[in-house]
Design a protein around this ligand. Structure first.
Ligand code: FAD
Length: 327
């Protein structure tokens, strides 16, 4: 790891000011739990001149819920989110997603903000010797290479998948994020924070500007009768990223579905919302025939690469299982 300066501001304003001094995007970086950033630095994927720790700033680590909704500070740990009773009952998909991340040690250090802003796990991106598109190169090596874990939806020119488990759950729960930066504060719908490689800068996954920090995630209270779940398929039984996951929030009133949000993880460069499939479900009576149609619809645009065609039936199966479990 290259030598770097380390600063520990005690206020958000100081942190933003320190980050804003960065000329290039990765010269000055924020550090939260370090579960992603430190391995990126060890592997020479990022070589910052200055690391700005967020860990001494007060007021960023809360997990607070009431009848109006849920507010989670960017520095709240995944372990706290997973065990919070209010989250487990009101926003179950989020608790399940947080509980599915890595190991207990990782969850105790990893934060919500860091989880949403972590970088891709594609083997080519993580290999310091492979100058892929994500690192300013000319080619996505996964497209014609080892791509069993890569995107089947929304891919191109880069075929990474978004690695966060929290992101699909929070999108399905209609979350917004509070952001603070050199220009002040703003609130953004979480879904809009993530950018496809074909739309934004291919070397980034979010629309955050240099110096901007996520300060909290806000989730509305679920409407009456709406429940949620997060199902994840990983290659090894624990300690692994999603090869596919489904976050589902669903409401059923008088035998008919009246609310549906579906967001897929592990299959696209962004958390992949299935709005058309949601519309297909609303107004219908739950049942196996409907679930099968929804599963086909959600994956209709899938374009698998050479080694990841298995993700199509896998994700369809996860979605059917999630629908069954909430009805
Ligand atoms: C062995 C292993 C297994 C893992 N398994 C999973 C898994 O199954 N699912 C999963 O989702 N993740 C997994 N992870 C990744 C890890 O859990 C997440 O990356 C973690 O949540 C990152 O949080 P952090 O606080 O440690 O972030 P850091 O490593 O400190 O930061 C990560 C990135 O986010 C930026 N950042 C941090 N906080 C903010 C903020 N408030 N605003 C803006 N930018 C910010 C940093 O600058 C950095 O670029 C795994 C990691 C390891 C090492």
């Amino acid at each position: 790891m290259k030598a770097f300066d380390y600063v520990e501001p005690s206020t958000l304003a100081e942190a933003v000011a320190a980050l804003a001094k960065g000329g290039g995007r990765e010269r000055i970086v924020a550090l939260a739990g370090g579960q992603d950033l430190l391995s990126e630095m060890q592997d020479h994927l990022v070589e910052p001149g200055t690391v700005v720790s967020l860990n001494r700033i007060d007021g960023l680590a809360h997990v607070r819920s009431d009848a109006g909704g849920l507010s989670v500070g960017a520095r709240a740990s995944l372990a706290e989110v997973a065990r919070d009773e209010g989250v487990r009952t009101g926003w179950t998909a989020l608790a399940e997603a947080a509980a599915s991340v890595g190991s207990p040690q990782i969850r105790s250090q990893a934060t919500v903000g860091g989880n949403l802003c972590q970088r891709p796990r594609c083997i080519y991106y993580r290999n310091e010797h492979a100058l892929c598109l994500k690192k300013g190169g000319q080619e996505c090596f996964a497209e014609g290479g080892l791509n069993h874990a890569n995107a089947i939806l929304g891919g191109g020119p880069s075929f990474i998948v978004h690695p966060s488990d929290l992101a699909p759950a929070l999108v399905a729960l209609d979350a917004t994020v509070r952001i603070t930066g050199p220009e002040g504060g703003r609130v953004e719908v979480l879904e809009g924070l993530f950018t496809l490689p074909s739309e934004g800068e291919v070397t980034r996954e979010t629309s955050l500007e240099p110096g901007e920090l996520i300060t909290s995630v806000e989730v509305p209270a679920p409407a009456a009768g709406v429940r949620s779940t997060y199902l994840k398929f990983q290659e090894r039984a624990s300690f692994d990223f999603a090869l596919s996951s489904v976050a589902l929030a669903l409401g059923v009133v008088e035998g008919r579905i009246n609310h549906a949000r579906i967001c897929l993880g592990g299959v696209a460069p962004v958390p992949w919302r299935c709005e058309r499939t949601e519309q297909l479900l609303v107004g219908e009576a739950p049942g196996e025939e409907l679930f099968a149609r929804a599963a086909l619809d959600a994956l209709e645009e899938a374009e698998p690469l050479e080694h990841n065609g298995y993700k199509v039936p896998l994700t369809q199966g996860l979605l059917r299982k999630a629908l069954r479990s909430l009805t």
